[in-house]
Design a protein around this ligand. Structure first.
Ligand code: CA
Length: 450
């Protein structure tokens, strides 16, 4: 065969048998809705995330399945409402507890990706149980490096509580904390991307930063860049976001350098909305504008988050406005890997929607609940959003006209209210009470007054 014919055949075969994409899930921790460039922030430049956004669909109605840390991660890891298996609180740091963690009965995202032929790695915050049975290597990840608790001190040797000062962990063995933690996680993730660039298998990487979660600690060189922000905590928070952006930039640069960017499916979200870190003084160090509420709330500010989906070889960049949820990552990744998803998922394969093949909404209804049955519920259907705080009368908002949930229109739409209350009751039949409690002091309030 002549060379040009051979090249033509190779080109044909590579288009027919396109390689499975790599999959990367990047999670920020407690990032404000308005605190990255692609969401409109002028105060905190995030050039690397903005570059990723330019190659992504920006999902303007993108949610996570909980307004705080661990339950959102449990949802991402399973593609199921975490309420179905009692994961509605944050597990305390209890290395002896076999119940405070992601249920051993659940099949995880990386386990399914391994079955689909992937090498799987996790870097960063785990927060899905401290007992050795919950270790990432026991839940489907071939490789792990990070902090196993719900957060960590950022500088080596910094003093703090037990959970936040545990040694870093690599595949079950202690590892030294050598630099600003966000940078160390970024370096590890870039190393993973480089290490597996030429494998004959695709890879999946779960990169979970603990930034910009408290403690508010940032390197001097980043703090200096934000000297114009007068409020000290806001300045430190901004520096933490910028440091995370730079760390993500390092990972993206490695993808480009190794020519993997085109065929890597990337999801980016914050695990919950920005917290109001200074309720007492009335100063909010994060900015969730234009949303109402903050981390812990079932108003939009609790779980509507910056949300990107990037796959340059398949998904055209732009904006996508239908409601989507991080539960969709798992089935979307499995579909991209030509693998069949289990039948018990709540997430859906977004690919036909994001490519424009289907123009309907991926979800009829999305549900949110904190505090167990009888706690705080929210439901999103179309542009309607119903919020029911404990036993209080349900509130109804029209998000198309009122993204800030400022005008309760329940009185004018009793039928919609009734339908959504009924939908919650039906959904709750498939949920159970929480199987473990959040640690004392760290537990979000069960009910919050308006
Ligand atoms: Ca969080």
């Amino acid at each position: 065969m002549k060379l040009p014919a051979l090249f033509a055949l190779l080109a044909l075969s590579s288009s027919v048998f396109a390689a499975k994409p790599n999959v990367m899930v990047i999670i920020a921790d407690d990032l404000g809705y308005h605190d990255v460039g692609f969401q409109g922030s002028k105060e905190i430049p995030t050039p690397h995330l903005d570059k990723l956004a330019a190659r992504s669909l920006i999902c303007t109605n993108g949610y996570v399945s909980h307004p705080f840390c661990s339950p959102t991660r449990a949802g991402i890891m399973t593609g199921r409402y975490q309420h179905r298996f009692g994961h509605e609180n944050n597990p305390a740091w209890l290395p002896e507890s076999t119940s405070a963690g992601l249920s051993m009965n659940e099949t995880t995202f990386p386990t399914l990706m391994k079955t689909a032929g992937y090498t799987t790695g996790a870097v960063g915050k785990w927060h899905l149980g401290a007992h050795p049975q919950f270790h990432p290597n026991k839940r489907g990840f071939d490789e792990y490096f990070g902090a196993l608790g719900g957060g960590h001190m950022y500088f080596p040797g910094a003093k703090g509580g037990a959970e936040y000062t545990i040694p870093l962990n690599r595949n079950g063995t202690d590892e030294p904390h050598t630099k600003y933690l966000t940078e160390q996680f970024g370096d590890e993730a870039a190393a993973f991307v480089g290490r597996h660039a030429n494998d004959d298998k695709p890879w999946m990487l779960y990169l979970a930063f603990n930034a910009p979660h408290t403690p508010l600690q940032a390197p001097t060189e980043w703090l200096e860049k934000f000297a114009a922000i007068p409020q000290e905590q806001r300045r430190t928070y901004a520096a933490m976001v910028a440091a995370m952006d730079a760390a993500i930039g390092g990972v993206l640069a490695k993808l480009d350098e190794t020519k993997q960017a085109e065929n890597t499916l990337i999801f980016f979200v914050s695990d919950n909305g920005g917290p109001n870190l200074a309720k007492k003084s009335g100063v909010n160090f994060t900015n969730n504008s234009p949303l109402r509420g903050a981390k812990g709330d079932v108003f939009e500010g609790g779980m509507r988050v910056p949300f990107l989906v990037s796959w340059p070889s398949k998904i055209k960049p732009g904006k996508y406005d239908q409601p989507v949820i991080a539960l969709d990552f798992l089935p979307t990744a499995l579909a991209a890997a030509d693998s069949t998803a289990p039948g018990n998922l709540d997430g859906v394969n977004l690919l036909p929607f994001l490519t424009g093949e289907k123009t309907t909404a991926p979800h009829d209804t999305l549900f949110f609940r904190t505090g167990g049955p009888g706690g705080n519920n929210a439901v999103r259907r179309g542009n309607w959003k119903l919020v029911r705080l404990g036993k209080a009368e349900p509130e109804l908002y029209d998000l198309a006209a009122d993204i800030g949930e400022s005008k309760n229109v329940a009185a004018g739409h009793p039928q919609v209210v009734q339908e959504l209350v009924t939908a919650i009751a039906e959904w709750e039949k498939g949920t159970i009470a929480p199987t473990f409690e959040s640690p004392k002091g760290g537990a979000p309030k069960k009910k919050k007054a308006k």
